[in-house]
Design a protein around this ligand. Structure first.
Ligand code: HEC
Length: 153
């Protein structure tokens, strides 16, 4: 305000500086406004990963009736020490999704069983159960993501 009044006095009759200054300030304020949040809403956010506890309860629901606590049984071969569990995640994701028949070997002999495909789990749920198996039976291997599972569907 002081500056505007001062300019008016200095300019002696031509009111130009007094008119230009508020306009310049308005432009400056407009330039400082934050960008609209359009970009943030345009990119889809991926579904949040499930917790390790959710992975554990999915194991109880979908795997434990055959694999129990990871040791071999009449129903299924061991997950503890299985090269499919301790290796790269691709084969483990594929077995979990699609099941397998007469592939597993226990003590050098074919186990000779049928594991059914896992039905009705989302990519995030399969990722959670596979992550649980890798952590618990694969000596703390890192988790996999829903995107890793989507690649193997
Ligand atoms: C109905 C019983 C059953 C259920 C439920 C089941 N499995 Fe299996 N699973 C088996 C059988 C039987 C085999 C052995 C198949 C073969 O002989 O190739 C097997 C094999 C495997 C193997 C390969 C082991 C190896 O070293 O060859 C993995 C890994 C595995 N299952 C993980 C899982 C996971 C994870 C789940 C839960 C999402 C699950 N299974 C649910 C019965 C089951």
């Amino acid at each position: 305000m002081f500056f505007v009044c001062w300019s008016r006095r200095e300019s002696k009759g031509t009111h130009r500086p007094a008119q230009v200054l508020p306009l310049a300030l308005a432009l400056l304020l407009a330039a400082c406004k934050p960008a609209p949040p359009a970009a943030a809403t345009a990119t889809p956010t991926p579904a949040p990963a499930l917790s390790p506890a959710e992975g554990a309860s999915l194991y109880e629901q979908s795997c434990a009736m055959c694999h129990y606590d990871g040791h071999d049984s009449q129903a299924a071969p061991a997950l503890i020490g299985s090269p499919i569990v301790t290796g790269p995640p691709g084969p483990l994701i594929r077995v979990t999704l699609h099941g397998q028949r007469n592939v597993s070997v226990v003590n050098g002999r074919p186990f000779g069983g049928i594991m059914p495909a896992t039905q009705g789990l989302t990519d995030a749920e399969v990722a959670a159960v596979v992550s649980y198996v890798r952590d618990r039976y694969g000596n703390g291997l890192p988790p996999v993501t829903a995107a890793d599972v989507a690649k193997e569907r």
